[in-house]
Design a protein around this ligand. Structure first.
Ligand SMILES: [Zn+2]
Length: 358
């Protein structure tokens, strides 16, 4: 197999080629950390993620690979040897491993939800002043509200099951880590948060401090969504009624209402992306340029077709035209990385309605 000029064996181990973009963008985030780091690649399987982190980034001093399955661990050993990686393979349970080891960065990329492993990942930083967690969640159906009870059970939050479910789901995932971080006196600072295909990726910096941990709580809240008039708002408390039209509202949370990304880190990642020759270079560049600006808007977006249908408006004109109309009226607006057919804006739904021609 070959991924970004790295040859490796897959054998019977799990390797998902569709996660190449996720591995590339995460490797950029690793490379943008301006210090030497030791990494733990949990659920390493073939080891491709950790091998890429180590080969592509000179600031990675050592990588440990944790893989429970005996034959996968043996394959991973061969792959790190053939790629001349400075690292070690631990053939044991991930949680058990983190009870006795600590790293600067923990990669948490299990099958499905990271929730059963996140406690020990956060706990592993308990004696450190800072650290990084890079977590992948492929249980997006749960985080996006297809199974509301499952989300309550795994993440202790009520999901939204509508057109903003991807952003709400990513924010539920971040809040899950914020909660755990608070218990160990860490504040969380997302470096980037990505929703793509069937996964969410949260790359988070943890910083020690009781005051920072308290800030986590202040950045948690709810998103209220009115299916009747299209009004949305962030709120410290849930609301069963729409504050605008008094119709039945949907609400999701508690979820993370703080920033999804660090603008500074995203800029460094974008610069690194230009230096590298990734197969997904153009796609990554476009995602990063959207992500860089997203946090200057409210924590939701308008899915244009669904919003127009809801408001009884005809099929809308191109998104660029609606953005331009909103800007002419003095509002800010942009696309969002969460959906190619959505607009992020500081304008209320009434202004969006006026921007769509009748
Ligand atoms: Zn309403």
């Amino acid at each position: 197999m070959n991924e970004e000029n790295i040859d490796f064996e897959t054998g019977t181990s799990f390797y998902n080629p569709h996660m190449r973009l996720c591995r590339s963008i995460s490797s950029l985030a690793v490379g943008a950390i301006e210090k030497e780091i030791e990494i733990c690649d949990g659920f390493s399987s073939t080891g491709i993620r950790g091998i890429r982190y180590a080969k592509e980034n000179p600031n990675v001093s050592k990588t440990s690979f944790v893989e429970f399955d005996e034959s996968a661990a043996e394959l991973c050993r061969r792959n790190i040897l053939s790629n001349s990686i400075k690292g070690e393979v631990f053939e044991e349970d991930f949680n058990r491993h983190l009870m006795g080891h600590s790293y600067d960065l923990v990669e948490l990329d299990p099958f499905g939800s990271p929730a059963p492993y996140s406690y020990f990942a956060v706990r592993s930083f308990r004696r450190m002043k800072s650290g990084f967690i890079s977590a992948t969640a492929t249980d997006t159906a749960i985080l996006c509200g297809a199974h509301s009870a499952a989300c309550l059970k795994a993440y202790h939050a009520r999901p939204l099951h509508n057109e903003i479910c991807h952003e709400a789901g990513a924010r539920i995932l971040l809040r899950h880590f914020a909660n755990l971080a608070s218990e160990f006196d860490f504040g969380i600072f997302p470096l980037f948060t990505l929703s793509h295909r069937h996964f969410f990726k949260a790359f988070i910096r943890l910083e020690k401090g009781a005051a920072k941990a308290v800030e986590n709580e202040k950045k948690s809240g709810f998103i209220i969504f009115c299916p009747k008039c299209g009004h949305m708002q962030a709120s410290p408390i849930p609301a069963p009624k729409c504050p605008k039209c008094r119709g039945e509202a949907e609400w999701g949370g508690p979820l993370w209402l703080g920033n999804l990304h660090s603008q500074e880190h995203i800029r460094k990642m974008a610069a690194l992306n230009q230096e590298r020759d990734y197969a997904d270079k153009a796609k990554i560049s476009s995602l990063l340029s959207l992500m860089e600006k997203e946090d200057s808007f409210p924590p939701y977006y308008f899915e244009v077709h669904r919003t127009c249908k809801r408001l009884g408006l005809p099929n809308p004109k191109p998104i660029a035209g609606i953005i331009s109309c909103l800007e002419k009226k003095g509002h800010s607006a942009m696309r969002t990385h969460f959906s190619p057919t959505a607009i992020r804006t500081d304008a209320p739904v009434s202004a969006l309605k006026k921007a769509v021609p009748k």
